[in-house]
Write a protein that binds this ligand. Structure first.
Ligand code: BTN
Length: 320
């Protein structure tokens, strides 16, 4: 009911709608309408109420609810079920908790995370309404070994959605998006599986959207940045979030149906922050130095080490 009232108000932005008229259209009493209007006001919607004229919407809050992003969304299933929180410990943890009971494409979003999780047990700073902190629930019918590719689909999705908004970034294989060498986005993919069957995959994406310098600790500010800092302006989080979901689904369907990721590999190669650079690869506790040569059709990073050996890196920490 609340969403329907909101829809009516949004569709009639320039005029007042009386409680009586809304009530008639939706088949509920004026008193009920008044109650829902108050809930909407509490959620941050600016609604003008004028006696004898009715209600008019004057502003919408900067929130990542389904109601607010749906006008930008063109997906079939990704993001069509959104579990929204003001605050939560970690969207990845919540997504894992609800994964089995929710359909593929469900997205858990929170405006803030108290215990945002990064890779290698690091924490992920997630202040309220300054970023996009979300986790997608995916259920691909493929072998667990193919899951590493999903991170690349996510990275390509973020890179392309940013480009659609005129923001140019690079992909630091396989999990990070960087601008000018500084990290703006990290991806944490986790999965629950049997020997040869996936129960679910959780792809957590954290994007520093409208964070200011003060939001980063001293040791982070040299390594991390936000879109707002780089672009010198506030970025529309709703448009970006929907753009990522749209682009991700565009890449995910061919992967799921035909194991097809050639477009994604092209994007990862073309926008790579590593190819041609000297890299350090940390694997099984050991650090080796080499040069990143390419990304192969399987999405693995090809590295030539100092001893001349060439290896396809499947996963692991890579730094420049
Ligand atoms: C990294 O270390 O680069 C990965 C960071 C992933 C952060 C995101 S924010 C949304 C989701 N929920 C979490 O707790 N972590 C991921």
């Amino acid at each position: 009911m609340k969403d329907e009232i909101l829809r009516l108000l949004k569709n009639n932005k320039d005029e007042f709608l009386s409680g009586e008229k809304i009530g008639e259209k939706l088949g509920v009493s004026r008193a009920a309408i008044w109650k829902y209007i108050n809930v909407l006001k509490e959620e941050g919607y600016g609604i003008e109420s004028v006696p004898k004229q009715g209600y008019r919407i004057v502003s919408v809050p900067d929130v990542l609810t389904y109601e607010e992003i749906k006008e930008y969304l063109s997906t079939k299933f990704v993001g069509r079920n959104i579990c929204y929180f003001d605050t939560i410990s970690s969207t990845n943890m919540e997504a894992k908790r609800i994964a089995l009971k929710n359909p593929e494409g469900t997205v858990v979003i929170s405006e803030e995370q108290a215990k945002g999780k990064g890779r290698l047990d690091r924490n992920w700073v997630s202040p309220p309404k300054k970023g996009i902190w979300m986790s997608m629930i995916l259920k691909p019918e493929t072998e667990p070994t193919k899951v590493a590719k999903i991170t690349l689909l996510g990275a390509a999705g973020v890179n392309k959605a940013l480009e659609d908004m005129g923001i140019y970034s690079k992909i630091k294989w396989p999990n990070d998006i960087v601008i000018d060498g500084k990290k703006v986005c990290g991806i944490l993919t986790e999965m629950s599986c049997e020997l040869n069957m996936i129960n679910y995959v959780i792809m957590g994406i954290g994007i520093n959207v409208n964070m200011d310098r003060e939001d980063f600790s001293e040791n982070l500010i040299n390594k991390a940045t936000s879109l707002k800092i780089e672009q010198n302006k506030e970025i529309n989080r709703k448009e970006l979030l929907a753009g990522i979901l749209n682009r991700f689904e565009e890449f995910y369907i061919p992967f799921k149906e035909d194991n097809e990721i050639s477009e994604v590999i092209e994007i990862c190669k073309k926008n790579s922050a590593l190819i041609g650079k000297k890299v350090r690869v940390i694997k099984d506790g050991e650090t080796k130095t080499g040069k990143a040569l390419d990304i192969n059709n399987e999405g693995q990073l090809i590295v030539m080490f100092e001893d001349g050996s060439i290896e396809n890196i499947f996963s692991g920490e890579v730094s420049v």
